[in-house]
Ligand binder design. Structure first.
Ligand SMILES: [Zn+2]
Length: 221
């Protein structure tokens, strides 16, 4: 379902469900992480600061323009925007095809972000087709322009990036697409961690990788 098929209220509810998924899959701790989605070409819905993603409700979400100005405060009357929305806004301004962004601190993905290692090993077919590599965006101080500057180069070429010593950002054609990119990032990080534990990290043969990369187009990737 593309974002254009959601009513405004349905989009609010979808963001809350995605928040619950992030929290229940240990991809955020306490009030960490944030989710945004475009409601039209110039406006987004954003999760607020200071709320667990497992406890979002539609009335806690804020409508902002792409400059980050509040256009419609949270109906709750008390919830304020997150300063981390800057990296989301940059992605929307750079690539109009991006309709939603998810920022999280997925446990295993963040371990690799702290180590400073991009995940590039091509170990299983579905991952090679869907997400051949997970790049690493160089460290930037949270809430400064350094974070958007570091992820912007990936806006057209990838749908995820590890944020060095911080966490991860994913983006997509709607809020569920952006969420599932984050889920695949974390799965890949878990798989990398586990295969190293059993000394079993092993890439597919080069000709098979080439064949799988060639199949990406038929999946619209
Ligand atoms: Zn963060």
């Amino acid at each position: 379902m593309s974002h254009t098929e959601y009513s405004h209220q349905e989009l609010r509810e979808a963001i809350c469900k995605v928040g619950y998924m992030l929290w229940s899959r240990t991809m955020v701790a306490a009030n960490d992480g944030n989710i945004t989605a475009k409601v039209d070409d110039n406006h987004i819905l954003s999760t607020p600061t200071g709320v667990s993603k497992g406890q979002l409700t539609p009335d806690k979400l804020i409508v902002m323009n792409l400059d980050g100005d509040i256009v419609e405060p949270a109906p709750s009357g008390i919830h304020k925007p997150t300063s981390e929305v800057k990296m989301h806004l940059r992605m929307y301004r750079v690539n109009p095809d991006i309709k939603a962004c998810v920022h999280a601190h997925p446990l295993h993905g963040t371990a690799f972000a702290i180590k400073g290692e991009a995940l590039t090993k091509k170990m299983m077919p579905e991952s090679v087709i869907a997400m051949p590599e997970i790049p690493l965006a160089p460290y930037g101080t949270p809430s400064t322009e350094a974070v958007p500057d570091s992820v912007e180069p990936f806006a057209f070429t990838h749908k995820v990036a590890l944020l060095e010593q911080h966490g991860a950002l994913s983006w997509g054609s709607d809020v569920w697409d952006a969420y599932f990119q984050m889920e695949r990032l974390e799965y890949t990080a878990q798989l990398t961690f586990l295969t190293r534990l059993i000394n079993g990290e092993r890439e597919l043969p080069a000709d098979e990788i080439e064949k799988l990369i060639g199949m990406r187009a038929q999946y619209g990737l």
